[in-house]
Design a protein around this ligand. Sequence first.
Ligand SMILES: O=C(O)CCC(=O)C(=O)O
Ligand SMILES: [Fe+2]
Length: 379
Amino acid sequence: MAPVRYTRAPNVYSRVQYENEEDGLLTVAKELTAQSTYPEYLPTWNKKEKYEPLKFYEHHDVGLKADPSFPNLLPKGTATTKNITPKLGVEVKGIQISELNDSGKDELALLVAQKGLVVFRDQDIASKGPEFSVEFGRYFGPLHIHPTSGAPRTAAELHVVYRRPDAKNLFENRTNLIQWHSDVSYELQPPGTTFFTVVEGPESGGDTLFADAAEAYNRLSPAFQKRLEGLHALHSGVEQANFSKRGGGVVKREPVQNIHPLIRTHPVTGQKSIYVNSGFTRKIVELKEEESEYLLNFLYDHINNSHDLQARANWLPGTVAVWDNRRVNHSAVLDWDTSATRLAYRITPTAERPVYDLKDLNTPDVSKPYVGADYTPSD
Ligand SMILES: O=C(O)CCC(=O)C(=O)O
Ligand SMILES: [Fe+2]
């Protein structure tokens, strides 16, 4: 059977970037470190770093505690806001997220849940060093340590996205490099409020695209919504781990596959969204293969190609975008062909095990057992 149409090689960013190895620590070339304006964020890959499988924990979203009038996050007369699109995304200026007290952080989580994406301009958080971002992020949930990506030498919890100045032309074998996904959806408890900032980047290009899977759900007819209820999808981290291994990279935690409801409900807003993505979703477990492929391809088309439920963030110095990874899918845009470096990092607090019905929130396993033939990834 043909593979799902949108499933391509995982993360084009994870192409080999390391050149030095000192005692199991892979690092980028010394000349690149010398040139970097933020060398403390350059990726390193520690071959000795190994983690146990992630275990279930109860997640209580801090957005639930927030004052919905946002007195700390959006103080009147100081903060300004502007919607990026009518429903998805808002741009905020005039406040420093690094200075928020706990109430302000609760409000930030609520605003991100409500808007899907919040773009803060002129932030100083990166200049405070990697350890500050780790401490900041922990407030929102236990931080995810990515199994294969690089991390700053002093902050294993940050996920680094790096394209070196002499990156090869990735369009040689591809017509486009768009890779829609929701971060690490294969985990038992995937991320929620997710922070991303580009500390070094091209003058133009290298934007990030966002698609609103809640609006995508709302656009479906009631009959179609009903059909999706009760279905579950298998998400897989196996191909990403294999890809890293093949390139001589690291696998810090054994890859997992998890089954999540196809429609999930947000614990803070009560909003439903379609929880599939063409990066990590492999199969709808209640359906036969052809049926699953047919339905997944429809949903991928609907989410990835409906530009009228999407937003695009551009990166100015000091921009921090925060998205709700439960509700939006995203893709990098690798469109520049100058020798500009792009160096970015993500702070990735994890969230609840996805549920369709909020009465199942924080129960260890609400998915039906996977009874189909064992799924064997092709990669
Ligand atoms: O580089 C980007 O714009 C997005 C990268 C990405 O998908 C991520 O770090 O989650
Ligand atoms: Fe991502």
